[in-house]
Design a binder for this molecule. Structure first.
Ligand code: MEV
Length: 352
């Protein structure tokens, strides 16, 4: 069966890193997606074709008359490893292996901290299972997607794989294998802007660095982690009341705590402070840090100015609407990824 699956990217609004230590976090899906097309192959082989996995960043070094140009295309290989691992995890869960041609395409840059690896993992698990004639529940897809992330990264919380599976706005908390997901009803659009600065470190490196500090100085770093959890509680109330002033304040507080954990960088801080001084109610890094994305909550009438200022200091900016639908599985004739013509939705409850 030919299958077409897509999953959204995500931004963490509050609580990244602290979520790894059992604190709650608030996360939401964005309106950019990863698309995976799967078609069974009769020869049993698994082939992977990556199209348009946008990778940000080009570095040009001039040294003693020599010019070196490096791109972040190295990031494509880790993205492919999520696909490969997803096939392995899904086939071992299903207890059967079949050949498949997988084509992956992304509307977002890979490695920018927008959850592309989780979206690739989740969409590939679903695409592989459905192309072999199996059905999986969202719970199963989220769990297997998390397993893929843990296998590739070493350490991962279920946060990213949960939100890209279910979509919407979510409060998430976990302990061991127990995952508590609460869907949050956020009534109105938020005036949100994203800006990307080149990443200096990978997610796994940042998570390991925080772990070392928490282990070495539990009285200090452990307390910062607990404070982040309290900020998440206050932020949830502000989010549900659509109190933008308070939400902005909580973003600033959360950013300060992330900075004190050591995961911000000079460039991220520059974007954060410039956004605030040009009209944002709040701004913070989002995701693992070490570069990556800044999220700013703008005063609605200041969106243009805030975007221009953030754009000046970053590689690119993006406006996005939040809370889009989670993983979507469809069967039908192949088309060109994002421009897929309508097909049959396998589960009506997933496709509304
Ligand atoms: C990465 O998007 C978020 C972190 O909290 C790591 C994780 O939750 O797996 C830094």
């Amino acid at each position: 069966m030919r299958v077409y699956v897509s999953a959204p990217g995500k931004v963490t609004l509050f609580g990244e890193h602290a979520v790894v230590y059992g604190q709650p976090a608030i996360v939401t899906s964005i309106d950019r997606r990863v698309h995976v097309f799967a078609e069974p192959r009769s020869d049993g082989a698994v082939t992977i074709e990556a199209r348009d996995l946008r990778t940000p960043g080009v570095r040009v070094t001039y040294r003693e008359g020599e010019v070196t140009v490096e791109t972040d295309y190295g990031l494509v290989l880790p993205a492919i490893s999520y696909l490969h691992k997803a096939v392995e995890v899904a086939s071992s869960y299903l207890g059967s292996r079949h050949g498949v041609k997988l084509v992956v395409q992304s509307e977002m840059p890979v490695g920018a901290g927008l959850g592309t690896s989780a979206a690739v993992a989740v969409a590939t698990v679903a695409a592989y299972a459905y192309s072999g004639g199996y059905e999986l529940s969202k719970d199963e897809i989220a769990r297997l997607g998390w397993e893929v992330e843990k296998k590739v990264q070493g350490i991962a919380s279920p946060m990213d794989t949960s939100i890209v599976t279910y979509g919407g706005f979510m409060r998430i908390r976990y302990s061991g294998e127990e995952v508590e997901r609460v869907s949050l009803r956020v009534g109105a659009e938020l005036p949100i802007l994203l800006a990307y600065v080149e990443r200096e470190f990978r997610t796994g490196d940042m998570v390991r660095m925080v772990r070392e500090r928490v282990t070495r100085y539990p009285q200090l770093y452990g307390r910062i982690i607990e404070l982040v959890g309290e900020v998440v509680g206050a932020a949830e109330r502000a989010l549900l009341n659509h109190d933008l002033e308070e939400l902005g304040l909580m973003m600033n507080l959360n950013h300060g705590l992330l900075d004190s954990l050591g995961v911000s960088t000079r460039r991220l801080n520059e974007v954060v402070y410039a956004a605030r001084s040009s009209g944002a109610l709040g701004a913070k890094l989002t995701g693992a840090g070490g570069g990556g994305c800044v999220i700013a909550l703008s005063r609605p009438e200041k969106m243009g100015v805030v975007e221009a200022v953030m754009g000046f200091l970053s590689e690119f900016t993006m406006r996005t609407s939040l809370g889009s639908e989670g993983v979507r599985v469809e069967v039908g004739e192949k088309t060109g990824g994002a421009a897929l013509t309508r097909t049959t939705c396998l589960r009506s409850s997933w496709c509304t």
